[in-house]
Design a protein. Structure first.
Length: 418
């Protein structure tokens, strides 16, 4: 029912509050119900189920957008959400609540939300709406630094902090957070910009752009299940390094995308990228859960999802800034638009908002020369975006070597302690 972009963003924020609670709780329940070795297998299956749902989502969303309306992409979630809530209400039986009183770190949660929101605003608006050296951006950066400093003070003094900072003294936990953050940048970069490339540069429908993620999710499902067995045989770090190496190969393939790319090559690259993600995320989650006492499983699981999601949000903003900067940089090549009949202001606005070549209706209204020039500029901009993603994956691979190695014997010892 959103009547404006502001209303849509507000409702999506409310939706995110619910999703932010459901996913960590689901993973925490699995960790709490099963032994350490069983947890590895169950988390792998969870990753497979998540992948299958993610295959259906983009395809269904594309079909709904093409044949009905984007509104129905949200309506369809209502019966699914009600069904899931009913299953939980009937099937889940909780243990008695603990007798000791716990406090909720509301102020810490407020500071974390505020600083993260401000960080995303700076990354989204800097260099686009406002120059990086402008007063609003510099003032926001100062407020951001003050917010981080205040958050650290509050968390150090809170009886039950929302994010216990002493956990970062654990090398397994801290390095897993860093690697998960970097991998989240790569994941959301792939999920956000690859469909844009297929729909705008190659020139397909929203349905086809959504289905291009199917090979990625199939690779993810398969490798998530395989990751559970590998973890118990060779340990966390070797499995993670293997996944990131495969992801590195896939991202290197993304940098070769151009206007003449055939869909079969795109599908193969997507499968490689998905395999890398599946082999990477399961070890990271298990590493963080196994690095903390059982009483802090919820905190560790939430931290895993938090750093991955924040990495994704930061990644979309940063990579989007790279794409925008490269597109606006082509404004100096004004002669390539000489036959378009557009003014300089219209051309500049088109480079800032390339929606015209994404929407099939408006794409057919553009002169062929202008459409080809826009597709070429966007392909070049996305090429640099994929290069930036490749650099992030290389840094993530380096950070993974600092994660302690856990073998099958270590898992058995953990199970005995639990």
């Amino acid at each position: 029912q959103a009547r404006s972009m502001e209303a849509l963003i507000l409702f999506r924020a409310i939706q995110g509050i619910g999703a932010g609670a459901v996913i960590p709780l689901s993973l925490t329940i699995i960790a709490d119900l099963y032994t350490v070795k069983e947890r590895v297998r169950m988390q792998s299956l969870f990753g497979g189920v998540w992948g299958l749902a993610s295959i259906a989502g983009p395809i269904l969303g594309g079909l709904i957008t093409d044949y009905w309306s984007w509104h129905w992409a949200f309506y369809v979630n209502v019966p699914i959400g009600l069904l899931a809530a009913a299953i939980m209400a009937v099937g889940m039986r909780e243990s008695p609540r603990p007798t000791h009183k716990t406090t909720i770190d509301y102020f810490g949660a407020f500071l974390m939300t505020g600083t993260v929101t401000l960080l995303l605003a700076v990354l989204s608006l800097g260099g686009k709406t406002y120059p990086w050296d402008s007063t609003p951006i510099l003032a926001a950066c100062l407020i951001l630094i003050a917010g981080v400093w205040l958050f650290i003070r509050v968390e150090n003094r809170a009886p039950d902090p929302i994010l216990p900072l002493n956990l970062f003294q654990n090398r397994m936990f801290s390095t897993s957070c860093i690697t998960g953050f970097l991998t989240g940048i790569a994941m959301f970069g792939a999920l956000s910009f690859i469909p844009l490339f297929v729909q705008a540069v190659i020139g397909t429908s929203a349905t086809a752009a959504g289905s291009v993620l199917t090979p990625l999710m199939l690779g993810w499902v398969f490798s998530s299940i395989v990751a559970g067995r590998l973890l118990l045989k060779i340990g966390i770090r070797p499995t993670l390094i293997m996944g990131l190496l495969i992801l590195l190969v896939g991202c290197a393939g993304l940098t070769q995308f151009d206007m003449g790319m055939v869909k079969s090559t795109v599908a193969l690259t997507m499968a490689v990228v998905g395999t890398g993600f599946g082999l990477s995320f399961t070890p990271l989650l298990i590493a963080m859960q196994n690095s903390v006492p059982r009483a802090q499983l919820g905190v560790a699981t939430s931290a895993s999802q938090f750093f991955r999601t924040i990495g994704g949000a930061v990644g979309v903003a940063l990579l989007g800034a790279v794409m925008t900067e490269r597109m606006q940089g082509r404004f100096i090549d004004i002669e390539i638009f000489a036959d378009s009949g557009l003014s300089r202001d219209q051309i500049y606005n088109l480079l800032q908002h390339p929606d015209a070549i994404v929407n099939s209706a408006t794409r057919h209204m553009l002169p062929p020369s202008l459409l080809h020039a826009m597709q070429d500029i966007l392909a070049n901009a996305l090429h640099h975006t994929f290069i930036a993603t490749l650099v992030v994956v290389i840094i993530a691979l380096i950070s993974s070597f600092f994660i302690p190695r856990y073998t099958n014997r270590d898992f058995e010892a953990m199970g005995e302690r639990v």
